[in-house]
Design a protein around this ligand. Structure first.
Ligand SMILES: Cc1cc2nc3c(=O)[nH]c(=O)nc-3n(C[C@H](O)[C@H](O)[C@H](O)COP(=O)(O)O)c2cc1C
Length: 221
């Protein structure tokens, strides 16, 4: 039932956005031709330093795209969860960002995200710095088109997380995890992808704090 909510919403977008989307997809295809293999090449701002001795070896890495004209000023659903996890664990908060910002209108965003998914593209992302000092990575993302947003794949294929524990947390509009924990494990075969992942329907996020803390408690945090 909830899955239908997303499908109806999305279908309404496509006809109107089709022409603009084609152009955006071509642009994205050009940008997606290579992954940033050398993470330092895409740093635009200061990247987070690795943890010092005695600091938490936990990183809370997340992707989130709040949907307003000025989305950088707002907090997305996944970012809200990331902050709760950071506050509880003392981990470093690190955001995955596509190097070229996504469009600010909902229709164009939905269309461009679908184009990226259909092409299985790996958009260039900004560097998150050196992650070698972290041993536990909480990895948060919204479900986009029944999958992870493609910049999350860029992250997983840019960083070798072998030997680390990855714990997914997800917000969605009704689809649930849609098998994405398995896709993380496939992308990071040397990592221990721990479950259960935390998943929550997007409108339930404002009240999700207690259940996030219970989930963390069950995982030993
Ligand atoms: C481009 C796009 C695609 C989406 N695709 C799905 C989907 O396939 N299934 C689903 O349940 N929700 C889907 N959603 C809804 C998001 O998963 C949900 O709104 C999420 O909480 C957004 O998180 P954020 O605010 O951190 O970006 C989609 C949203 C967008 C913008």
């Amino acid at each position: 039932m909830k899955r239908k909510h997303f499908a109806v919403l999305a279908l309404g977008c496509f006809a109107a956005a089709a022409v603009a989307a084609c152009t955006a997809q071509e642009d994205t295809a050009a940008r997606s031709a290579s992954i940033d293999a050398d993470a330092s090449a895409s740093i635009r701002g200061p990247a987070a330093p690795p943890p010092e001795a005695g600091e938490s070896r936990i990183a809370v890495v997340y992707f989130s795209e709040p949907e307003t004209a000025d989305r950088r000023a707002l907090q997305g659903s996944t970012e809200a969860l990331a902050r709760i996890i950071r506050d509880r664990t003392g981990g470093a908060l690190l955001r995955i960002e596509r190097d070229a910002p996504y469009p600010s209108s909902h229709d164009a965003l939905v269309s461009e995200a679908r184009g990226e998914r259909d092409r299985d593209s790996r958009p260039l992302i900004r560097s998150l710095g050196d992650l070698s000092g972290y041993d536990t990575i909480f990895l948060g993302y919204p479900i986009w088109w029944y999958d992870m947003p493609m910049p999350v794949y860029s992250f997983l294929e840019t960083y070798d997380l072998s030997g680390k524990t990855i714990i997914p947390f997800v917000t969605h509009g009704g689809s649930g995890l849609t098998g994405t924990a398995d896709r993380i494990a496939a992308a990071e075969p040397g990592a221990d992808v721990r479950g259960p992942a935390y998943e929550v329907y997007r409108t339930d996020v404002p009240e999700a704090g207690p259940s996030v803390l219970r989930w963390l408690g069950r995982l030993g945090f």
